[in-house]
Design a protein around this ligand. Structure first.
Ligand SMILES: [Zn+2]
Length: 323
């Protein structure tokens, strides 16, 4: 009978599948983000290859591995971590690739520059979180680590990455500066804004939705059938409306570089707080988005109701308009 392999040293016998960094650390010009699940791809007893959920594969020396990482529980379907919504991630999400829109971009490269711009913006917004100038640079981080006697007046570091992928750990709104300063990662970043978070499968669906909307606008160029099939798009020409004003969006307005922002088109959020989630983001008028402001559609309705309640003229006007 075959004898079970003896674990003479944990260095040669790692049976677990998922690990995470205890704190955010720089690795050359790349942050290894705290608490992001990393899949163990290979292990030769000296060097391990890890695939972080939010990044590319990298190798790590076993001594650093044993010092800086901890083990995450998993089963067949999920890896468990309290740092992500619902406290678990479907393992299948690790293998979801970005929708490749290379052919689409190539096709419009020399034809319609404004369409290309809209496509690139859709791609950027679907996959990446917003920027953050307060995030510490690698140089400043190294400087602080070698001499952490910064004046109390100088605010160093920020928990939010300056752009990252949308499936980095989300930072909840109630997370305070004090809590951040107490994390072992400080002053390195530890995540993205909560409203920027989306799983890879959702990100692909968001991009598909926005592309459908772009090509369903008035004056949108035709998208070749081969690309429609390749990306799984559903385009209904001349139907996409701005959800604020109800008008069909004319994409040729994007073509006017000189045109004031009033006429441009942007990504609008029905509930700004919810952020870039499927169904919450759409291709709409910039001016309409500004009118809506930081409020959700429902909050705006409630404001109107409140106004109408204490002003009979408004109430009458609304009832007449809707009746
Ligand atoms: Zn509008």
């Amino acid at each position: 009978m075959e004898q079970p392999q003896k674990a003479t040293s944990p260095r040669h016998f790692i049976t677990y599948k998922f690990v995470a960094y205890k704190k955010t650390m720089p690795d050359k010009k790349c942050w290894r983000c705290a608490h992001v699940p990393c899949k163990i791809i290979s292990n030769n007893g000296e060097i391990l290859t890890l695939k972080p959920f939010n990044g590319k594969e990298f190798t790590i020396d076993i001594a650093i591995f044993e010092k800086e990482l901890y083990v995450l529980k998993n089963d067949e379907t999920y890896v468990y971590t309290p740092y992500y919504p619902t406290e678990r991630i479907a393992i299948s999400e690790f293998d979801i690739k970005h929708l490749s829109i290379l052919n689409l971009k190539k096709y419009f490269e020399e034809k319609d520059n404004y369409i290309l711009k809209a496509i690139e913006k859709a791609e950027q917004d679907s996959y990446h979180s917003k920027g953050n100038n307060s995030c510490i640079t690698f140089d400043k981080y190294t400087e602080y680590k070698s001499n952490p006697t910064t004046s109390k007046l100088e605010r160093i570091g920020d928990p939010i990455f300056n752009r990252s992928v949308r499936h980095s750990p989300p930072i909840y709104k109630h997370f305070t500066r004090e809590e951040y300063e107490q994390t072992p990662s400080f002053p390195a970043p530890i995540g993205i804004r909560y409203d920027d978070f989306a799983l890879p499968s959702e990100q692909n669906n968001i991009l598909r939705d926005i592309l459908n909307q772009i090509f369903s606008c008035k004056n949108a160029p035709e998208c070749p059938k081969q690309i429609i099939d390749e990306l799984g798009l559903t385009i209904v020409p001349n139907t996409h409306t701005c959800l604020w004003c109800g008008n069909i969006i004319d994409i040729s307005e994007l073509n006017q570089e000189y045109c004031s922002k009033e006429h441009s088109i942007n990504f609008c959020h029905r509930i700004p707080e919810l952020g870039t989630k499927r169904g919450n983001v759409y291709f709409g008028h910039c001016s309409c988005n500004r009118e809506q402001g930081g409020y959700s559609e429902l909050q705006r309705i409630e404001q109107i109701i409140q106004l109408a309640k204490c002003n009979p003229e408004y109430k009458e006007k609304i009832l007449k308009e809707l009746g």
